[in-house]
Write a protein that binds this ligand. Structure first.
Ligand code: ADP
Ligand code: MG
Length: 335
């Protein structure tokens, strides 16, 4: 849940049509030297520097325990940072707390909803908390957008996990924030409803809302985000456009079992980077964007070998983490 506002709220409402106005800040979120140490001993974030430009669909990726929720909860005002500076929509979270809070809508990782509030009531209460005047509330419009219009008056406790998640998205949008942050939003949401959720979030982004999404699913980030940051053990290990990151991911491995006994590596296969794993197995990693699997198989056959079986493997996020963290330790994260 979004943290309750302290003094009586009189938020700066940002008109929806002005989100793309060049008068608005170039950067939605600027984080400098952000560190969080829980209880004086558990370091969850280490000197994070991160800039999220306005209008992006930004992905924050990392394995469980990386520090994603800690970072999001600092933005939401739910967790107090240990040191560093954070500015949201040009508002320092320490100096202009209320304006910073009003510029952001956060969908938390936990599905914490008051079980006795209907979606309509939950949105009305949230709008009240942000000081949205009754005449300007868009309760039914938002419920409709997240596919909950027919559940407007149902108790939240009767809603499925997917519906609750969508209600949380709706709650985060009542004050029309120019920045929407979603912390692992697809946990417990089935494929059909996930698509509906993404369609809605995508449409918000198309209209100018900056979206920040945390996930540990690379594919999800890959499909939606135009820029991805990776954090691991509280440290930022990469931040780059999705296409650049995918280029690094452009790697598959292939294991080929052949009938013949392999004594030496045929030159055509050596040229492709193949290795002999054992007397009947060849192994090679290749870049699908450069090398067609056909060419590899043709080279195997061209060397007079008979393919018995083969398996391919994509590089997964795990590999990228390993790659990035080991390179990071060596002091470089460039490809
Ligand atoms: P993620 O969202 O990437 O899974 P979190 O931000 O939830 O990661 O957690 C980062 C690290 O901080 C983890 O090691 C977690 O155990 C620890 N942590 C999170 N919240 C607290 C807390 N309230 N007190 C102590 N440690 C915490
Ligand atoms: Mg988390």
């Amino acid at each position: 849940m979004t943290a309750p506002m302290t003094a009586s709220p009189s938020p700066v409402m940002i008109p929806a049509n002005a989100r793309t106005d060049p008068a608005f800040p170039d950067n939605a979120i600027v984080i400098e030297g952000l560190t969080k140490v829980y209880g004086g001993k558990k370091t969850a974030l280490k000197d994070i520097n991160l800039t999220i430009p306005r209008g992006r669909f930004f992905g924050l990726l990392g394995p469980n325990g990386a520090g994603k929720s800690t970072l999001i909860n600092i933005l939401a005002g739910l967790v107090k940072k240990t040191s560093g500076r954070v500015s949201i929509w040009d508002n320092d979270i320490d100096l202009e707390e209320r304006n910073a809070r009003c510029a952001i809508g956060v969908v938390p990782q936990e599905l914490n909803l008051d079980p006795f509030f209907s979606p309509r009531e939950a949105l009305e209460v949230q709008a009240g908390m942000y000081g949205v005047p009754k005449g300007e509330r868009r309760t039914m419009e938002i419920l409709d957008a997240v596919g909950l219009a027919d559940k407007a008056d149902a108790y939240a406790r009767t809603l499925s996990g997917g519906m609750r998640r969508r209600l949380l998205v709706a709650k985060a949008m009542v004050h029309t924030p120019p920045i929407l942050v979603l912390d692992e939003p697809t946990a417990g949401v089935d494929i059909e409803l996930r698509k509906q959720l993404w369609d809605y979030v995508r449409s918000l982004n198309t209209m100018g809302t900056t979206v920040v999404l945390t996930t540990h699913y690379l594919e999800e980030a890959q499909e939606l985000c135009d820029e991805i940051a990776i954090i691991n053990e509280g440290a930022l290990v990469a931040c780059e456009p999705t296409t650049t990151l995918l280029h690094r991911l452009d790697s598959k491995s292939l294991s080929i079992q052949v009938t013949e006994h392999l004594d030496s590596l045929p030159p055509a296969l050596a040229a492709l980077g193949a290795e002999i794993r054992d007397s009947h197995h060849l192994y090679l990693s290749y870049k699908p964007s450069h090398t067609q699997i056909d060419r590899i198989l043709a080279a195997v056959r061209g060397a007079g070998l008979t393919i018995n079986d083969l398996t391919t493997e994509e590089t997964d996020l795990e590999d990228i983490f390993l790659q990035l963290t080991s390179k990071n330790r060596a002091g470089s994260i460039s490809p």
